[in-house]
Structure formats: C-alpha cells, structure tokens
Design a protein around this ligand. Structure first.
Ligand SMILES: O=P(O)(O)OC[C@H]1O[C@H](O[C@H]2O[C@H](CO)[C@@H](O)[C@H](O)[C@H]2O)[C@H](O)[C@@H](O)[C@@H]1O
Length: 352
C-alpha cells in the first residue's frame, strides 16, 4: 500500500465532511438499521461499548438456537411497525452513545491533525441503500464522486461481506482497496482491473482459500434446501454465503432458519452470524473485518502506530469487529448523515 501525505487542507476537510454527510440513510424512521456509524480514534470520556455481545458467533447449531437467530436478526433489522414511543426511547438512548460526526467534525479533524487518515467503508447500507434485491444495491453517482475525492486524498478501502467481483462491479473505482467476503479476499488498487484479475496480481491476501470447495458445496445444498421457501435467496459471496430473509414472510423465518441449521450441523468448520435480515455463513477461521483492517493498516506501514487516524464507516454488526480494532481500540462511534440532525446529542466532551 502506498502512503499519502495528509495535510488537512480546507479541501480535504470538505471531502471528509461530504463523505460523512452522504453515507446512506434509507429512512429516518427506525434506529440502528437506518443509521450509518463511524468509528475513529477519538477518546471519549465514557465507554460506549454497549454492544459487546452483538456480534458473537452462534457456536453450535442445536434446535433452540433457531429462535435466538431470529430474535437477533430482528434486533439487527427492526421492523417498521415498532410503537412510536418505544421507538423514540430507543433512538434517544442510542444517540446518547453515538453523537453526530458532523456536529463534532472540528474535533475529529483536530484529532486527525498531523496523522495519516485512512478511510474504511462498508458497502451495503453505508454506500448503497438497503433494497429488497441484493443484486440491485447500486451506489449513486454522487456517492461515487465523493469516494473518488476521498481516494484522491487518502488510502481508501471498501470492507464488505460481498464477494469482490460484485462489489467492484457496484463501486467501479480501481483506485480503492477492496476487502471483500468479510475481509477474506483483499485486493489493492490497480490501474487495469481486468489484467490484474487475470494474473491475480492485485490480490494481497486470501486467508480462507482452502474453504472454497466447502463453501461451494454448501451453497449448492442451501440453494436446493431453501428453494421451497418463497422469497428466500442464497447469495454466494465466494468465501462466505448469505441466506436472505428480507423477502420471506416473517412466519417462514423460523422454518427457513431451521433448514440452514440442519445444513450447517454437517459442517462444523463453518460458523454463522446475523446481519440485516440475513444469515451469513463463514469459515471458522479467526478472520473478520477487524482483522482485514489491521492487515491493511499493517500493509500501509502503520502497525501499532500513533501516526495514523483510521476512519471506519459501517452500519452492520460485522462492522463492529472493525470498530474494536486499532492501536487504542475504536472507542468512538458517531452517527452519520445530515438527516439525523434533529437527534443530535452533543453534550459529551471529546479529548483529542
Ligand atoms: O458487509 P456489507 O457490505 O454490509 O454486506 C453485508 C450483507 O449485505 C448485503 O445484504 C444486505 O443488503 C441487501 C441489499 O440492500 C439487502 O437486501 C439485505 O437484506 C441486507 O442484509 C449482501 O447481499 C449480503 O450478501 C452481505 O452479507
């Protein structure tokens, strides 16, 4: 990876500000599902790690786990029918711990002064809106322009659960780093994407290659087993799989999850996490978005360095693996997007 100089000029200020304010916020009516979060190295006077258990893997797949998956998936993707007052309460307490990045923008920049900013971005729900069909989660032109600006000034990586080909096809920017399949397929910027693909030259790291045949096998089995469930979709993300529940009637969630459980019982080397109306299946290796972030920082020469200011924007539970990483831990979370201004909470002090 190549280092870029970070002199925080007004132009750079505005391009970070732009990024923070343009990350996707599909509707402003619900809480975590619709809020993009930014993790950085600012040191809060409080510990906002109130989501400690959010991303724990479901270790083994006995029958009682199915309900837990469903509950957890619901919690990750609240439905639009929550009653107004509990919704407001939820919003308020969440916002208390995640103040607005835009409102605290000057402090964020102050903390970044003299340091190399490196930008990490989740794809779905952050750069693209959440839509019913995962193949149609397109990014806007405006977002692409903002990303281009960001990448001109800082090393910039997309860290996603999607497979590399698909996300590159959505983003269409060769100058970025891509950590696809939850960080299990890392690739650097390249001038000629097609040639780089053919020679595999731009690939930096693929820690789960030996799982490819198993993932492929499970993909085919899941396709077969879930085809009777209306609306279910299995997505092959190369080193991991996604079983989509978004278009499935909620009454069929438990039977669908049970089908997934029965398949996974035969594959102890695979584990499962929940996302936004999705169950994600991955190899049991100790590798996640957080490890990918560490890998990329190390490739940039910033291992254990105080000279780097990573910014990570993501909206999903798997992004919390990345929020936890970094030399001093990612102990600051902010909400992004201008549309949430009315929910700002700014009384917290920040030490730079
Ligand atoms: O790490 P990410 O980039 O956030 O990827 C996580 C999953 O994102 C996609 O699913 C989500 O977005 C879809 C399109 O908007 C939506 O239909 C689905 O309900 C969401 O869960 C992607 O399709 C999955 O494979 C990723 O695992």
């Amino acid at each position: 990876m190549t280092k870029q100089n970070n002199v925080v000029t007004p132009e750079i200020n505005s391009c970070i500000n732009n990024l923070i304010s343009t990350v996707v916020l599909p509707t402003a009516t619900t809480v975590p599902e619709s809020m993009a979060m930014l993790g950085g190295f600012l040191d809060f006077s409080h510990n906002n790690n109130n989501n400690n258990n959010n991303n724990k893997f479901i270790k083994r797949f006995d029958g009682s786990k199915v309900n837990a998956w469903i509950d957890s998936m619901r919690a990750a993707s609240p439905t639009r029918t929550v009653n107004k007052s509990s919704e407001n309460q939820e919003k308020c307490s969440w916002i208390l711990y995640h103040p607005s990045a835009l409102k605290l923008f000057d402090q964020i920049l102050y903390s970044a002064k003299g340091k190399q900013i490196v930008v990490f971005l989740d794809y779905d729900g952050t750069l693209s809106p959440i839509v019913a069909d995962p193949d149609k989660a397109f990014m806007t032109r405006k977002m692409r322009g903002t990303l281009k600006d960001i990448a001109r000034n800082f090393p910039t990586a997309i860290v996603t659960g999607r497979c590399r080909d698909k996300v590159i096809n959505f983003v269409k920017l060769a100058e970025l780093y891509y950590a696809a399949s939850h960080g299990m397929d890392i690739m650097g910027p390249t001038k000629n994407q097609i040639a780089a693909e053919k020679t595999n030259k731009a690939v930096l790291f693929q820690p789960a290659s030996q799982f490819l045949p198993m993932i492929d096998e499970v993909y085919k089995i899941l396709l077969e087993k879930t085809k009777s469930v209306s609306g279910a979709k299995v997505e092959n993300n190369k080193f991991c799989l996604s079983v989509h529940f978004r278009c499935v009637d909620e009454k069929s969630w438990a039977p669908l999850a049970e089908k997934v459980r029965l398949v996974l019982n035969e594959y102890p080397k695979l584990k499962l996490t929940q996302g936004r109306k999705v169950l994600e299946i991955r190899p049991t290796i100790k590798w996640d978005k957080g490890k990918a972030l560490e890998f990329l920082l190390e490739s940039l020469g910033y291992e254990n360095s105080d000279d780097v200011f990573p910014i990570y924007i993501g909206d999903d539970r798997t992004d919390e693996d990345a929020f936890k990483k970094g030399p001093r831990g990612w102990n600051s979370c902010f909400q992004c997007s201008k549309r949430n201004k009315r929910f700002l909470h700014t009384s917290r002090s920040i030490r730079g």
